[in-house]
Design a protein around this ligand. Sequence first.
Ligand SMILES: Cc1cc2nc3c(=O)[nH]c(=O)nc-3n(C[C@H](O)[C@H](O)[C@H](O)COP(=O)(O)OP(=O)(O)OC[C@H]3O[C@@H](n4cnc5c(N)ncnc54)[C@H](O)[C@@H]3O)c2cc1C
Length: 390
Amino acid sequence: MDWVTAARELAATFALRAPEHDRAGSFPFENFADLRAAGFFGLTVPERFGGAEVPLATYLAVLEALARGDGSTALAFMMHLKTFGQERDAPSYPPEWLGQMARGALEHGYLVNTVATEEGLGSPAGGGLPETVAIPSGDGWLLDGRKTFATLAPVLHYFIVLARVPVLEGETPRVSNFMVLRTDPGVRIEETWDSLGMRATGSHDVVFDGVRLSPERLLNGRALGAGDARGGAGMAWFALGICAVTLGVATAARDYAVTYARERTPNSNRTIKDYPGVRTRIARMDLLIQRSRALMDDACRAWEAGSSEGMPVLNRVAVAKIEALNSCIEAVDLAMRVVGGVSLQKSRPIERYYRDVRAPLHNPPLEDRALEMLARSALDEPIEPAGPAE
Ligand SMILES: Cc1cc2nc3c(=O)[nH]c(=O)nc-3n(C[C@H](O)[C@H](O)[C@H](O)COP(=O)(O)OP(=O)(O)OC[C@H]3O[C@@H](n4cnc5c(N)ncnc54)[C@H](O)[C@@H]3O)c2cc1C
């Protein structure tokens, strides 16, 4: 199966649907139906469950291809795909749950994502304690709380929920991940997502109101501040997936600007591509995009080879994320300048690319934390693997 070609074909259809979903902030259910029908729900699922188990590099190429058509669909779908990639590289959930999620994806079209962020907590990568709490009750747990930024909320079946759990006085606070199903009584989606960019990701709030969980719903736990069980795999699949989505959006903007520059001939005898300013900007866009892709590919190869030669592999991932995001934002800004005043028109996709390309800035690893990783490596001591991705 040529997954990348298949993704390109789907992306062409998604591009036609993207303006309306962006305008309405609606969820592209039909894109996910198409992805399911084409077999993409099992893309990263291990082969032993019937999945395609594609390598990290193919996952990235697929995400980039999808994002050229619709950044929102690519970003939202990434949340599902990365779960299996991370588990393949660093199992952190009980094997029975991995099997259930894999079979759910392949047989029923069930999607999974981690819902960790909260209004008060912000990003859990900041090291805070969630307000969402799981209290022991009977032989299981009682879950209460609210999560924000729950991407894929309109279609998620498996919610992996980060919650604090009670500890004795004086003990280090603890957090755990719980498996919550969409069908569990007390789970409610509140349609709060109305954002500047990535408007069609369905990243709504999810409320857990006295949700009763049996003991096997506890996936894992750790002391607050201790390393996440996914270790570096959490960061590699997440951060590089973000790079790929961002690259896809920036490349779509670049292609739009290049086509425009080749065709646009104002009431003069020159096509705008002949103006030195336009030529320089187009060249610089290619430089920025190529630099981003090279860094992403370099980090991907290092992760797949388990190589830290020259630089620790997770530092390479951090470098790729920081550079790809900033370079892609700059490239889309240049594309806007090439196209000129009409780039601001809502009727043109470049206006959406300009907004979408910014959103992944706020997905982990955040720039300050990534820079701190590099500084610690250079100035202090060997670093621990990064914390939780979401
Ligand atoms: C499109 C999109 C989809 C998302 N999908 C999901 C999802 O599916 N699941 C999910 O759980 N979350 C999701 N998120 C949320 C995301 O992972 C972050 O948790 C969220 O954006 C809030 O992060 P923040 O850093 O802005 O928040 P805050 O933690 O409030 O941070 C605010 C600012 O302070 C800085 N800061 C905070 N703590 C530190 C620190 N310790 N060191 C240095 N600087 C710090 C941050 O860098 C930031 O600039 C999504 C976000 C976006 C934009």
